[in-house]
Design a protein around this ligand. Sequence first.
Ligand code: PGA
Length: 298
Amino acid sequence: MIIRHPTLHQLRIFTVLARHLNMTRAATELHQTPSALSIQIKQLSETAGEPLYEQIGKKLYLTAAGEAVARAGNDILRRLDALNQELNAQRNLESGTLNLSIISTAEYFAPRIIGSFCKEHAGIEVHLEIANRDSILERLKQNLDDIYIMGQVPDDIDGVARPFMDNPLVVLAPGDHPLAEQSRIAPEQLKDEAFILREEGSGTRLTAQNFFQEQGVQLKVRMTMSSNEAVKQLVAGGLGLSVLSRNTIAAEANAGNIAILDVVGFPILRQWHAVHRKNKRLTAVAQKFMDFLLEGHY
Ligand code: PGA
């Protein structure tokens, strides 16, 4: 059999007939009359050069050629459906909304990454929520956003977490602090220093406290601030030491206002994670952003 140029319309009709093996039922499904259907199928048989079905009594049977045409018709129609879905996904990608929640410290790098992504996909609208760890975890629990960026991933949430970038924590001191010149400083040497820490609920604070607790060092917390910027200014102004992500301090460290101390056990090596709820179906845009984060070309 050499089959030339069947129309999609004919193939669609024939796959429906092949499923029902009954002209009236097929016609009903297709909202056509049985005679209109017969004409199309007759033309398809002529194109195929073979009869596609035969009728014995009231019953309709597919011929071998009919079976082959039905199989090919189903394949072609499925492929077209997949193509449609792909095109839709691409269309949505150029016009969708990306809902992101990032933990406070991520504001030092995430907007730059989001900016690069938006340059490649100009039609996308981004909603960005910046909050501390407690608020981000609450949003994650309530499944309010597409993707969350955070350092420490909670164990008690059914989520998927993909690491994508280093997030080292370092000990900061004023640039002229005597310890700034020392190397291999033991953690217990810091026990009499005043510390300015991030607020309760901050991932940075949690990690720093766990570290010093494991070392048996009780930190003297002089101040608590919910802003990395405020902490840095106080450190630079000589009010105490702190522990922050190295991502927060590039400019100050270069200017000499702030020194990174060489404390044994530091930097605490951590990673930034992109997180979402386990059963969440990411939108095309969110999936694309996730891929962009993981590829790391920003
Ligand atoms: P934070 O979190 O900004 O709340 O300290 C950062 C992190 O989890 O590393």
